[in-house]
Design a protein. Structure first.
Length: 313
């Protein structure tokens, strides 16, 4: 696994541990649309936002210096036109390309002193950042922590960041754009009868770990017209190879890089329909594992893999 995929899996592993569960790309060259952030007419600071830690976070004035501690909130901020206000990100951030020039404040392990030294008036974080959130708050910093377990949760994260930064209008526009992208996909697969929808096995790690029915990746599979064979499970469970053979998925999707040969060569997997039909595909992990603005691109990618004929029309 190369450095890029190790970073992504590291974030996923942290999520699993944070959720109390055991166990648990393709580079994207597209540019983020970057509207000019502007305060919603009639809105004013201070504003108070309830975040995903349950805290009521009050932002006294429109933030001018923002530090982001997780790639998904970095992407949200840039998509809202706030890129010129970002003064710190983690070493795990690589999108959009502009983040390469921004000061790094650690990786999964955040350097608290460095964050404080950047003098942010808002820190964007996630429950994945664990005790770091409360540590920064105890030092007097304003921290907004957002997380998402569904597509609607991604929308809510965008709304919260928009409200906290004075980019309410931009947040509404971004959500509308994403919702349109979602509906375009859903409409193309809506006529597929339930019994004809393809069975999908998703691997987030080759040991193998997969995704249960309470994850947003499962939601993407469902919206794309597929049936997650592990939908009755929760979180990111590890599953035996024998169980996958029994499930006999029609399509295999991986989120950790190209793995068609290694997957196909597993003992007994040559009996699986997906292997017989050579339907083993790699997803863009940024689009499908990070709860940010590009998740609807991930939805389209999954649907195009499952039903390519419906996207040629």
């Amino acid at each position: 696994m190369n450095r890029r995929f190790r970073r992504i899996f590291a974030w996923m592993l942290v999520f699993v541990l944070a959720a109390g569960l055991f166990g648990c790309g393709n580079p994207d060259a597209a540019k983020v649309d970057k509207p000019q952030a502007a305060q919603e007419p009639g809105s004013s600071f201070p504003v108070t936002v309830k975040d995903d830690t349950g805290a009521e976070v009050t932002v006294d004035r429109e933030p001018k210096r923002i530090v982001s501690l997780i790639p998904s909130t970095t992407e949200i901020a840039f998509a809202l036109g706030l890129g010129d206000r970002i003064v710190g990100v983690t070493a795990n951030d690589d999108y959009p390309p502009e983040v390469k020039e921004i000061e790094k404040v650690g990786d999964i392990n955040v350097n608290v002193e460095k964050v404080v030294g950047l003098k942010p008036d808002l820190v964007l974080a996630s429950p994945l950042n664990g005790e770091t959130v409360e540590k920064l708050r105890s030092l007097g910093l304003t921290v907004l922590s957002v997380d998402a377990q569904s597509l609607e949760g991604v929308y809510e994260s965008i709304r919260r960041v928009g409200k906290a930064t004075g980019a309410v209008k931009e947040a509404d526009q971004l959500i509308a754009k994403m919702e349109k992208e979602k509906e375009q996909v859903v409409q193309k697969v809506a006529s597929i009868p339930e019994e004809e929808r393809l069975k999908v096995w998703v691997e987030v790690d080759p040991t193998p770990f997969t995704v249960g029915g309470d994850t947003f990746l499962n939601e993407l599979i469902t919206l794309a017209g597929g049936r997650n064979v592990a939908a009755d499970m929760k979180g990111w469970p590890q599953v035996s190879g024998e169980k996958v053979i029994k499930w006999n998925p029609d399509v295999i999707l991986t989120t950790y890089g190209k793995a068609d040969k290694s997957v196909a060569s597993r003992p007994g997997w040559d009996r699986i329909a997906a292997v017989k039909a050579n339907r083993i595909h790699s997803l863009n992990p940024d689009w499908t594992t990070l709860p940010g603005p590009r998740v609807t691109k991930g939805l389209k990618q999954i649907a195009q893999i499952l039903y390519p004929e419906r996207f040629r029309r």
